[in-house]
Design a protein around this ligand. Structure first.
Ligand SMILES: [Zn+2]
Length: 404
């Protein structure tokens, strides 16, 4: 395997300490910064990383590319998006600004059901093309791995199509960006079904069993919330997934403290997401588990709501990730780096926790345990920024410094 190298990198953010501490209880020193650094890697793994002056003799023959004036960080990861959809909901955003409530919008066929209508009217080719444009834009911020959920079809055929589109996207972006395909037919309950149980029996569970043998589903997700899917629905879906050997995650405690975090931990879910209403028992359960807490601060900003208690979670030893939740209704914002930079002061997240939340911990939330830090042996999945210090990357809210 041929080796490649970069040298004279102004700063390398290795997250070596963060990796050693499993992304918890992080202090600024866990950033593992190297000034004037160099790196040697092949297609599969990082062979060496360190200071320029310490490049081992065995690598002297490699033609190193000079990267003075650049920072190198682990590849950014967006661990929660709903980016396969048609139509937009700009009119709803304006209406909410003008005082119309979400319930009023939903009552007249707006909200998620509007996106479901537009998505069902769109062709597979158009949905694929639109999603490619969105992913290319997200890539242009330095994101190297992304999670994508199905869930705007809400019927057997369209949900199947959405899962297949995500698989097509995975193939299209292979080698450039990693994609995690999440099955989320249990996103909402169409009003043509009597109950969540009926919808589960007729669509969600049978479709999952049909898709499982194709080996394209990387995890399943469910909207566990009052008036949506209840405790029993969630357990049934998770048991079905377990039987099919598919990992789980869930939308937990977004509106109410439904003990979603506790439920996710009980089932060994990869992540529990949102957590706005989670309380102490949820934080303790997460701190003592491998399940990652993925918070989605863009949704709070977009809807004018409160935020998850990130500081308390971090102090408890929870492994925290931050994702965009990019979707047409509750967060039409897709830049996870800008988002994390903007909310960190209010959430009281230190620099190491911030970077881990959008690289290391977010990668682990997708089961990508072979990336997320710039350490020997891990995959060479990293991002260059045109900046001589990592401080400037999170400081420059309005400038995109990604460059490769
Ligand atoms: Zn979501």
């Amino acid at each position: 395997m041929s080796l490649t190298g970069f040298k004279n990198i102004s700063q390398i953010l290795t997250l070596e300490g963060a990796l050693r501490k499993d992304g918890r209880h992080l202090k600024p020193v866990d950033l593992g910064l190297i000034d004037d650094g160099a790196i040697v890697f092949d297609q599969d793994k990082i062979h060496w990383v360190g200071r320029n002056q310490d490049i081992p003799d065995q690598y002297r023959d490699i033609s190193f590319v000079d990267r003075k004036g650049f920072c190198l960080t682990p590849g950014l990861v967006d661990a929660h998006t709903h980016l396969v959809f048609a139509g937009d909901r700009a009119h709803e955003y304006a209406e909410r600004l003008n005082g119309v409530t979400y319930q009023e919008i939903a009552a007249r066929g707006g909200g998620i059901l509007y996106t479901v209508k537009c998505t069902n009217e769109a062709s597979r080719a158009d949905l694929f093309k639109e999603a490619i444009n969105r992913i290319e834009r997200i890539y242009s911020y330095g994101v190297k791995a992304i999670e994508i959920k199905s869930g705007y079809g809400l019927n057997f055929e369209k949900e199947k199509e959405l899962s297949l589109i995500i698989q097509d996207l995975k193939k299209h972006f292979a080698g450039k960006m990693r994609i995690h395909n999440t099955y989320m037919a249990a996103h909402d309950i169409p009003n043509t079904f009597k109950s969540s149980k009926d919808y589960l029996d007729l669509v969600v569970l049978p479709l999952l069993e049909e898709l499982a043998p194709l080996k394209i589903i990387d995890s399943v997700d469910i909207f566990f919330e009052q008036k949506y899917f209840d405790h029993l629905d969630t357990e049934r879906l998770f048991l079905c997934a377990k039987k099919l050997n598919i990992p789980t995650r869930l939308h937990a405690d977004e509106f109410n403290d439904n003990k979603g975090a506790v439920l996710g931990v009980k089932h060994g879910s990869l992540s529990v997401d949102h957590l706005l209403a989670t309380t102490e028992d949820g934080f303790q359960a997460l701190a003592n588990s491998k399940t990652i807490a993925t918070i989605l601060p863009g949704t709070g900003l977009f809807l004018g709501k409160k935020q998850a208690k990130a500081k308390i979670m971090l102090e408890a030893g929870v492994k925290l990730a931050i994702a965009s939740d990019y979707n047409p209704g509750s967060c039409h914002f897709d830049n996870v780096l800008k988002l994390a930079s903007m909310v960190a002061p209010n959430l009281q997240i230190n620099q190491a926790a911030l970077w881990s939340a959008i690289t290391l911990n977010a990668a682990h939330a997708l089961g990508f345990n072979d990336q997320g830090a710039i350490v020997q042996g891990l995959k060479p999945i990293f991002t260059f920024f045109k900046s001589d210090s990592i401080d400037k990357i999170t400081y420059n809210w309005s400038e995109n410094l990604f460059e490769f």
